[in-house]
Design a binder for this molecule. Structure first.
Ligand code: PRP
Ligand code: URA
Length: 209
C-alpha cells in the first residue's frame, strides 16, 4: 500500500474551512486554492533532489544548492487540477506541465478522457499529479494509469480533499504512488460526492453552476 500523508497545518485547515463554506465566492475559492497549493507544494516536495553549483556571493565563493527543476512535471487533471497547478507553478516556475482532460460521467462515475498532452520524456521525470478532489478515485487512478502507460515510474498524487473510499481504492490500484492530502473527510454520498467536502470543485472554481 502506498503512503498517505495528511498535511494538516493550521494555515491549511483555516483556508480549507473557508473554501468549504458554500457562501465563499468564486474569486475567493480560486485564490484560497492557489494559496493552499503553495503550502501543499512545500510538503510534497520536502525530499526533492538538489544539485550544487559554485556561485559567488558579495562575500566570497560557495557551493550553492538548487532544485533539479527541469526534472519535474506537474500533471493537472482538468479542470479543477489547474487550481492546484497554478499555485505549484508559482513556486516552481521551471516545472514542465502535463494536462489530462477527464470528466466524471455523472451516472457511472467513470472518467471520460477528452484531452492528453504530456512532455515526451516523462519516463525520466518526477511527476506530481494534482487534482483537488479524490472521491471514488476513478479519475486519479485513470490519470496515473495513462502516465504509467507513457513510461512514468516516479509519481506522487496531491489533492486537497479525499474520501476514505478514494484513498483505499487509489492506494490499492497504485501502491507505488504516495498520496498527499490536506484532509480525509467522512464518506462519499450516493452520488459520489465527498461529505462534508466542498461540493463540485470545478464548478466552484469557475462559477459554472
Ligand atoms: C472532479 C475532480 C476530480 C474528480 C474526482 O472533476 O476534480 O477530477 O471529480 O472524482 P472521482 O475521484 O470520483 O473520480 P470533474 O469530473 O467534476 O471534472 P471538472 O474538474 O472538469 O469539473
Ligand atoms: N468531484 C468534486 O468536485 N467534488 C466531489 O465531492 C467529488 C468529486
Amino acid at each position: 500500500m502506498s503512503s498517505v500523508t495528511v498535511v494538516d497545518h493550521p494555515l491549511i485547515q483555516h483556508k480549507l474551512s473557508i473554501m468549504r463554506d458554500k457562501q465563499t465566492s468564486t474569486a475567493s475559492f480560486r485564490r484560497l486554492l492557489r494559496e493552499i497549493a503553495h503550502l501543499l507544494c512545500y510538503e510534497v516536495m520536502r525530499d526533492l533532489e538538489l544539485e550544487s553549483n559554485p556561485i559567488e556571493t558579495p562575500m566570497g565563493k560557495m557551493e550553492a544548492v538548487k532544485l533539479k527543476g527541469k526534472k519535474l512535471v506537474f500533471a493537472s487533471i482538468l479542470r479543477a487540477g489547474n487550481g492546484l497547478l497554478e499555485g505549484m507553478l508559482d513556486l516552481v516556475p521551471a516545472a514542465r506541465v502535463a494536462h489530462i482532460g477527464l470528466y466524471r460521467d455523472h451516472e457511472t462515475l467513470q472518467p471520460v478522457e477528452y484531452y492528453f498532452k504530456a512532455p515526451s520524456d516523462i519516463a525520466d521525470r518526477f511527476i506530481i499529479v494534482v487534482d483537488p478532489m479524490l472521491a471514488t478515485a476513478n479519475s486519479a487512478i485513470a490519470a496515473v494509469e495513462r502516465l504509467k502507460g507513457r513510461g512514468a515510474n516516479n509519481l506522487r498524487f496531491l489533492c486537497l480533499l479525499a474520501a476514505p473510499e478514494g484513498v483505499e481504492a487509489f492506494t490499492k490500484a497504485h501502491p507505488d504512488v504516495p498520496v498527499f492530502t490536506a484532509a480525509i473527510d467522512s464518506h462519499l454520498n450516493d452520488k459520489g460526492y465527498i461529505v462534508p467536502g466542498l461540493g463540485d470543485a470545478g464548478d466552484r472554481m469557475y462559477g459554472t453552476k
